[in-house]
Write a protein that binds this ligand. Structure first.
Ligand code: SDX
Length: 382
């Protein structure tokens, strides 16, 4: 039972604050447990699909076959983007950062959605589907644009992961790669009140629109302390370059009190169950794609970190082995965080709709530390 303090208390980073409640994700940081609406993440990664997981998160139960078919049909009907959006993608600088592009294009999408400011549950549900379905099209075709390749229209005969990889690569993905991305999308779909989800909730709590909330979330996810960590892990592996350098690079960073990306978590003080799954997954994929060196360096980093800081609960998080996984799928490093966003849109919109069902403006207090009673002095007398 959470006892409420008598009055406002300062809680920097809100580490010890329960801001609201939700039925979507259960996280036990001490035991290393993650469940989406009570279904453990390992079972979902092994047996579910991203689209089924989206239904689970949005409806708080697993779908019947006909219900899942219905959601899949709704999503696929929304894969394509409004005609002017293709022109907008062409106008984006080829060297733009993909997370900046995604933030901008998702925001631009709102201008072509006649329901953008319709806050009814039905309209929000339709917008949730549009945001989820169109994001892969935006990411893949920006990559085509920046590489000087022709756009590839979405293929409504494919599921989200396969559709994304076909648009990105201009050819059908293998079943193995499509399933690998599908599993990554499942693992990244939701995670309680992480920073980007909470940022979205702050926005939607003002009764602003869903596109604004998701734009807020994308901007928040980008940071290397959050979703940007998967790209930072890859940059670390690139810097290390070879197994022989792992020890010196990691020890050097720890000695300089620099954080090792992909490790540590605000909530997990046991192994992040998503990292547990991704570690095995990454090894198999790395073996199959000739990237075993990346996995072996990652495993060596984990060994060194376990000895140095493991006892303090600083263990691999979802981003550590997702780096090797995404790289083995053939994704460019600066598309790793957009992959995270593509999946987390499911959680973001789900939490926003949950917030609206029992809304209260999110507005914490601030501890004032400045002066009082300061006399106003005219500028010529200062
Ligand atoms: C995600 O919240 C979520 O659910 C997020 C997420 C999701 O699904 O949405 O799970 C996804 O964002 C995972 C986290 C990705 N970020 C990283 O991998 C970046 C590296 N990790 C750290 O920056 C850090 O662990 C955080 C930001 C994730 C959590 O930090 P906290 O809870 O604010 O804790 P802290 O930074 O105050 O660290 C506590 C101590 C410090 O040492 P002291 O100052 O007490 O001596 O632990 C140390 C830190 O220096 N520490 C690390 C470390 N993480 C924490 N030391 C070395 N390497 C690290 N990675």
């Amino acid at each position: 039972m959470t006892t409420m303090p008598s009055g406002p208390v300062l809680d920097k980073g809100l580490a010890n604050t329960i801001a609201s409640d939700s039925r979507m994700s259960f996280i036990d940081g001490q035991q290393g447990i993650l469940e989406y609406v009570g279904v453990d993440i390992d079972s979902l990664a092994r047996h579910s699909t991203f689209e089924e997981t989206v239904f689970l998160l949005w409806n708080c139960r697993l779908p019947k076959k006909s219900e899942l078919d219905g959601l899949v049909a709704q999503i696929r009907a929304e894969y394509d983007i409004p005609a002017p959006m293709w022109d907008l993608i062409r106008a984006v600088p080829k060297d733009a950062v993909p997370m900046h592009v995604l933030r901008t294009l998702v925001s631009a999408l709102s201008m072509f959605d006649p329901e953008v400011d319709d806050a009814s549950p039905e309209a929000n549900q339709r917008k949730a589907v549009r945001l989820l379905a169109k994001t892969p099209t935006l990411i893949a075709n920006f990559d085509r644009h920046r590489k000087g390749k022709p756009f590839v229209k979405p293929d409504a005969s494919l599921d989200m992961a396969a559709n994304f990889l076909k648009m990105l690569n201009g050819e059908p993905a293998t079943a193995t790669m499509a399933r690998a991305l599908d599993v990554c999308l499942i693992l990244h779909a939701d995670h309680g009140f992480n920073a980007s989800t909470f940022a979205a909730l702050v926005t939607i709590s003002t009764l602003s629109d869903l596109y604004s909330a998701i734009t807020t979330a994308i901007g928040t996810l980008k940071g290397p302390l959050h979703g940007g960590a998967n790209e930072a892990v890859m940059h670390l592996l690139d810097e290390i370059g070879d197994m022989s350098n792992v020890e010196s690079v990691i020890r050097g960073r720890l000695e300089r009190k620099e954080k090792i990306m992909g490790f540590g978590h605000r909530v997990y003080k046991a192994y992040d169950p998503r990292a547990t799954y991704l570690k095995t997954f990454a090894k198999k994929l790395a073996e199959d794609t000739g990237n075993l060196k990346l996995y072996e360096m990652s495993s060596k980093i984990e060994e060194i970190m376990a000895a140095a800081v493991g006892a303090r609960g600083i263990l691999p998080n979802v981003d550590f082995y997702s780096a090797t996984t995404y790289y083995s799928i053939g994704l460019q490093v600066d598309l790793f965080t957009p992959m995270f966003a593509m999946s987390r849109i499911a959680g973001w919109v789900g939490h926003c709709i949950e917030q609206l069902a029992d809304n209260k403006l999110i507005r914490p207090r601030c501890e004032y530390t400045g002066p009082h009673g300061v006399k106003y002095v005219p500028i010529d007398d200062r």
